[in-house]
Design a protein around this ligand. Structure first.
Ligand SMILES: Cc1cc2nc3c(=O)[nH]c(=O)nc-3n(C[C@H](O)[C@H](O)[C@H](O)COP(=O)(O)OP(=O)(O)OC[C@H]3O[C@@H](n4cnc5c(N)ncnc54)[C@H](O)[C@@H]3O)c2cc1C
Length: 267
């Protein structure tokens, strides 16, 4: 379809009101615009969040609130979110990161969605504005089921991980600027030499980012050793539902998952 109008509302409420009349939300447009340009957009109107006041990052008291329209460059520049910089650097190119937004990353098809994998491991909460009300939802629910018609993600909130508990690894065909074969993000606390708490999220191995609950169960009470992590990676195959694409086959993704899960912890 050809686009007939691009609306640029100046608040989240105005964006929601505009969406009530139809249209497609656009954050940075790095996914939306190629579809528009190729004539494959499913709508004739866009609602850009660029001026809706949804940028910005606030970090205080061990927690962060990240505006849905904050770009990856903006997120990476905040000293309070330095732990995310290695992950952000694995996403696309600097030019794309100047445009791509946090909100958009929640809705892209795999094997994209690397920041969403991080937010899943961090158990982020999404703030959502809709026609009737504002609501909070766990990022896990948003990733699994999406949001309602006419709703917009306004921001995400996360508790910052304790020092030494954050782990991230993305396996790609190239060293940089390539989509995921496997992405692993985790917040894992070790006490007395064994894993006391762990959340492990995976990208690239299922239609949406998923928690590796089987691996999490297996790691509890065990040390972060090569052997335990390999077993956890093998167990994580049970949480995956891999697919074939231009980057790798489902078979290959399944095969290498244990290796990359282990590398997230023991590079
Ligand atoms: C060359 C290239 C390389 C890329 N590499 C990677 C990569 O390595 N890793 C990766 O994760 N991604 C990658 N991407 C995909 C994309 O750039 C990112 O996922 C980006 O975060 C998408 O954000 P955006 O703001 O540009 O989304 P948009 O294109 O604006 O929107 C994407 C989707 O999200 C919806 N949306 C956007 N914001 C909101 C909101 N606030 N509330 C509700 N819905 C919303 C839109 O309606 C649309 O369905 C790549 C893209 C390209 C073109």
């Amino acid at each position: 379809m050809a686009i007939r109008a691009v609306h640029v509302p100046e608040s989240a409420d105005a964006a929601v009101a505009r969406l009530a009349g139809g249209g497609w939300v656009m954050g940075g447009g790095t996914v939306v615009m190629p579809l528009v340009n190729s004539g494959a957009a499913p709508v004739t109107e866009l609602v850009s969040l660029r001026r809706a006041g949804l940028g910005g990052v606030e970090v205080r008291d061990g927690a962060a609130r990240i505006g849905a329209a904050a770009t990856f460059t903006e997120v990476g520049a905040h000293p309070g979110l330095a732990f995310l910089r290695p992950a952000l650097r694995t996403i696309a190119s600097p030019t794309l990161r100047n445009q791509a937004t946090v909100g958009g990353n929640l809705f892209v098809a795999q094997p994209y969605g690397d920041l969403a994998v991080c937010l899943l491991a961090l158990e982020a909460t999404c703030e959502i504005a809709g026609p009737d009300r504002r609501r909070d939802a766990p990022v896990a629910d948003v990733l699994a089921s999406g949001i309602g018609a006419g709703e917009v993600v306004v921001a995400v909130r996360v508790a910052l991980p304790e020092p030494g508990t954050w782990h991230y690894h993305k396996a790609m065909r190239r060293r940089l600027n390539s989509a995921a074969i496997v992405t692993v993000a985790s917040v894992t606390g070790v006490d007395g030499g064994v894993v006391a708490s762990t959340r492990i999220a995976l990208g690239g191995v299922a239609p949406r980012p998923v928690r590796a609950v089987s691996a999490e169960r297996l790691m509890l009470g065990r040390p972060l050793t090569h052997e335990a992590l390999t077993e956890a990676g093998e167990a994580a195959r049970g949480d995956a539902d891999p697919f074939d694409d231009a980057y790798a086959s489902a078979w290959y993704r399944t095969r290498v998952l244990p290796v990359h899960l282990r590398r997230a912890f023991l590079p």
